[in-house]
Design a protein around this ligand. Structure first.
Ligand code: PFF
Length: 447
């Protein structure tokens, strides 16, 4: 049914592809979620387990999506139909649905980031950070900032792969890296910085041993979320790639950069919190916004730091959001022959509307988050892993080998990692995610 089989876009350069994938991976997940998950889950102990998951599972899982995408040169729905057989297209439909739900509330939180960037100029959040977060996190003004963010996302995606996404990430990703380096250099000079580094970098083995049941699922979920896995982003991006690329090499670079940036953000956040004498463990969505903005109010040049930090958060969110929209837009272009601009505006509008309830009520936002970021991404991951690892493994292995000179035993190592440990971890995390989602729904209904 692929309507648009005459011309399909592709990346202009290898760097373009890598930066787009890194841009997708580095987002609210790295700059906002990562530090508060680390804080909640015990600091350095969590970091150790997280890094272990990234190495053991991240690379194998990202290659699963790359292989499907490059083999089929299609959007996730078409790709699963080609790769698995015609009824698999319905499974691909789950990814499109996940993309819509995920971006709908991701845009709301990104709108907060824009708001905080602007508020750094006036210091509006410094007097009473808790009350400030409460006042801007919901309401019709929040909807306004959500809309502004969505206009940027649609604006980039409408211009296509080379002139839209590739151009944008070539500016945004280097900017993110340069600014974070600048922030760390300042953070190192803060009084009490060492205390923050100790919490973050000095793992306490007894915490790992006593808290493993909490740390393991959080670390697995975070590893999956941060690499943008489970809803076909990496299928879509790899579908614009040529046959001659070494997927394993590119995957390694992408994962390395995403991890380095997440870890680097912590090197800024924890010293700043330590210097302001703030709590690391404050839980919940508002935690980083509230405790960091409090800290910015307490330390020297806090307003400048705040501006740079929230600006980084905003562009990191933007470079991820475009990948979420691209999944849905690519589906409409490939399968229904829609014009890119029309598709981008139409889908962007629908996603904006779907997200409005989350801009009006934080409990609804938490519900969308628990459904999309946990349950649906993990479900998508399980489906792809079964398809590639167990049902179509010969095809998958042959695809991986293209562009790799001498794969030796590594092809089979990859296959068995996917079949065994990756699938097992995803299944366990999925069960826990369902439990978490049910609790969230109950909490929502009973208040
Ligand atoms: N990786 C993004 C982040 O860390 O913020 C979030 C994300 C984007 C998750 C795209 C999933 C996805 F498909």
């Amino acid at each position: 049914m692929g309507v648009a089989d005459t011309f399909r876009e592709s990346w202009a350069t290898r760097t373009g592809f890598i930066l787009a994938a890194v841009g997708s991976a580095v987002g609210l997940g790295n700059v906002w979620r990562f530090p508060f998950v680390v804080g909640e889950a015990g600091g350095a102990a969590f970091l150790v387990i997280y890094l272990l998951f990234i190495v053991l599972i991240g690379l194998a899982a990202i290659l699963v999506e790359f292989v499907i995408g490059r083999h089929t040169d299609l959007n996730p729905v078409g790709a699963l139909r080609e790769f698995g057989g015609s009824s698999w297209r319905y499974v691909g439909g789950i990814f499109v649905f996940t993309g819509i739900v995920l971006l709908s509330f991701y845009a709301v939180a990104s709108g907060w980031a824009i708001r905080y960037t602007l508020a750094s100029l006036t210091g509006a959040y410094m007097d009473d950070p808790g009350a400030y977060f409460g006042s801007i996190s919901t309401g019709w003004e929040t909807v306004g900032f959500q809309l502004v963010f969505m206009i940027f996302v649609v604006g980039i995606v409408a211009f296509g792969i080379r002139r839209g996404i590739e151009l944008a990430v070539k500016v945004m990703v280097p900017a993110i890296i340069a600014l974070i380096i600048g922030l760390i250099i300042y953070a190192v000079t803060l009084p009490d910085a060492g205390e923050g580094f100790a919490f973050y970098l000095d793992p306490d083995l007894s915490v790992i041993l006593s808290e493993w049941h909490r740390i393991l699922p959080d670390a697995a979920g975070q590893a999956f979320f941060t690499l943008s896995l489970g809803m076909g982003v990496m299928i879509t991006y790899a579908s614009y790639l040529g046959e001659d690329r070494n997927l394993a090499e590119d995957g390694g670079v992408i994962i390395g950069l995403d991890t380095a940036i997440a870890v680097a953000v912590g090197l800024f956040v924890f010293p700043v919190l330590a210097a302001a004498g703030a709590q690391y463990e404050e839980p919940g969505a508002g935690a980083v916004f509230v405790s960091l903005s409090q800290a910015f109010g307490d330390i020297q040049f806090g307003a400048v730091l705040g501006f740079v930090f929230f600006f980084v958060l905003t562009i990191a969110a933007l470079s991820s959001a475009i990948s979420l929209l691209e999944v849905v837009v690519a589906y409409l272009i490939d399968e229904w022959g829609l014009d890119r601009k029309v598709a981008s505006i139409a889908v962007g509008s629908v996603i904006f509307l779907v997200g409005i309830p989350t801009a009006l009520d934080l409990d609804v936002l938490a519900l969308y988050d628990a459904l999309a970021a946990n349950v649906l991404l993990l479900l998508g991951g399980i489906i792809m892993v079964v398809l590639v690892g167990w049902l179509q493994s010969e095809k998958a292995l042959a695809e991986l080998e293209k562009g790799i000179d001498d794969i030796g035993p590594w092809g089979n190592v990859w296959l068995w990692t996917v079949r065994g440990p990756v699938l097992l971890v995803l299944l366990i995390a999925f069960v826990l995610a369902i439990i978490g989602f049910v609790e969230e729904v109950q909490g929502f209904i009973w208040g």
